[in-house]
Design a protein. Structure first.
Length: 205
């Protein structure tokens, strides 16, 4: 699949190999989870682009250490006006990420969200089947904490999963042709995207 700012070529029936996958996230004070977030999601995507929103708990130091380790994570400072304007800032982060590397698809994540897929080949096949300039939709499972006194491992607190998936297209995944569009508008929470005031069509992955 070839990608340019003007569009994405039509996928062939047999999914092409070698897609470049990215993920972007704006984080703040995520020291308890950020290393797991980076290491886990880099098993699914090729590069993480993270904007640190002036964390005060050591999040930035952890991110810098992971980058120094050689992991494919690029870290940017958030603007001084701080914690709001998520939609506009996510769009800006997407554009910065695309300037660093010409990826094919980008996942829009929060710092406590973890991608799951059976394998990279099946993920690429699904992405390659998306119609031109349309987005993928990611269903979300929410995990619930158990009583804190059961274990000293904080991640084992979240072993109980909700019985139902949260709504379809809880998160959008964008092809480069959409992400590079100057008219792109992203809904707060990364639940939808708009181009030229029209909602981008989303297909469940």
């Amino acid at each position: 699949m070839t990608v340019s700012t003007s569009g994405v070529s039509s996928p062939s029936p047999s999914a092409p190999k070698g897609l470049r996958l990215a993920a972007v996230a704006i984080v703040r004070d995520e020291a308890d989870v950020i290393e797991a977030f980076v290491r886990h999601n880099l098993a699914v995507v090729d590069h993480l682009f993270i904007e640190d929103d002036h964390s005060r708990d050591g999040t930035r130091a952890i991110l810098d250490a992971l980058a120094a380790e050689g992991l494919a994570v690029s870290v940017f400072d958030g603007p001084q006006e701080a914690a709001y304007f998520q939609a506009a800032r996510t769009k800006g982060l997407l554009q910065r990420a695309y300037a660093v590397e010409r990826w094919d698809f980008a996942f829009l994540l929060d710092g406590d969200e973890f991608l799951t897929t059976p394998d990279r080949a099946s993920l690429e096949a699904e992405l390659a089947s998306l119609p031109d300039s349309q987005a993928g939709g990611l269903r979300m499972w929410n995990y619930l904490p158990r009583p804190l006194d059961e274990t000293s491992d904080p991640f084992s607190f979240f072993s109980d999963r909700t019985q139902k998936l949260t709504g379809f297209s809880a998160k959008v995944m964008l092809p480069a042709s959409v992400a590079a569009n100057e008219e792109l508008k992203i809904e707060d929470g990364n639940h939808a995207a708009f181009c030229f005031r029209r909602k981008v069509v989303v297909h469940q992955l």
